[in-house]
Design a protein around this ligand. Structure first.
Ligand code: 5GP
Length: 238
């Protein structure tokens, strides 16, 4: 079927989602916007949308190749991808290999400490509440996702950690932490949203230079240059 873009369904902080003539498919449009602190800091960067769209496709294809079901169908243009329409769960799955960010603020643990075994955390997707941390009892009681799919989410998230940690290490990068979002597609758990440098942390192995959205969050500059460097090290074409 020839896919046609229709009305806007939803506009998030960095992507706009469009309906299509196929009710089971959506178009993601990666904008040049970068946001932080629940949308209180926003800036546009030329090429950001294109870089994220292509980087996301590169990673999603790697994950599909190891048997993780993902929503990505194909790239449509520089800033657009065609995806399956999932019923998204309002939860974020975070895995941490090195302590930083909210973990250090919440628990007072030392920044940069290796986490072995890695830490897994669930957060509720809710900007007004600043994405509070939740556990499986909350998910069960408030019916945010079926419990068998919650088990599967954890399994996929850890499998993704093993694969991506290695992929990034080969590019001399440490996968510090990352966030994933899942949804249901016709009864199957499927990875949705995106895997980009907006939603993970990557540090250079030797210098521990930050090559992710923390450059924007912390006002370090060189965001696009960092994203391009990561893509180049991985051999991902942008
Ligand atoms: P932290 O809890 O330390 O702020 O974030 C942990 C990891 O999850 C980081 O890699 C961060 O980029 C990602 N993350 C957590 N919440 C969000 C979110 O709402 N949006 C995005 N893009 N990434 C998030």
């Amino acid at each position: 079927m020839l896919i046609e873009k229709q009305t806007e369904l939803y506009s998030g902080k960095a992507k706009t989602v469009y309906m299509t003539n196929d009710p089971t498919r959506l178009i993601l449009y990666f904008r040049d916007d970068t946001s932080a602190f629940d949308g209180r800091k926003i800036e546009q960067f030329t090429r950001k949308g294109e870089i994220n769209n292509k980087f996301n496709a590169f990673i999603m294809e790697k994950l599909a190749a190891i048997g993780i079901p993902t929503h990505l169908e194909r790239l449509l243009s520089a800033q657009e991808s065609l995806v399956k329409r999932l019923k998204m769960f309002p939860i974020e799955c975070v895995v941490r290999n090195i302590a930083t960010g909210s973990l250090c603020r919440r628990l007072g643990v030392q920044e940069g400490m290796d986490l072995n075994p890695p830490v897994f955390e669930f957060f509720l997707k809710n900007d007004a509440l600043h994405d509070p941390m939740i556990n499986e009892y909350h998910i069960r009681t408030f019916h945010w996702a079926p419990i068998d799919q919650v088990e599967q989410m954890k399994e996929y998230t850890f499998r993704i950690n093993d694969v991506l940690k290695q992929l990034f290490l080969e590019a001399n990068l440490l996968l510090v932490d990352y966030k994933l979002e899942f949804g249901d597609f016709q009864g199957q758990l499927v990875l949705g949203d995106e895997f980009t440098l907006d939603g993970c942390r990557l540090w250079d192995v030797e210098t521990r230079k930050k090559l992710d959205k923390d450059r924007f969050r912390q006002g370090l500059g060189g965001l696009i240059e960092a994203y391009e460097e990561v893509a180049q090290r991985l051999g991902a074409s942008l």
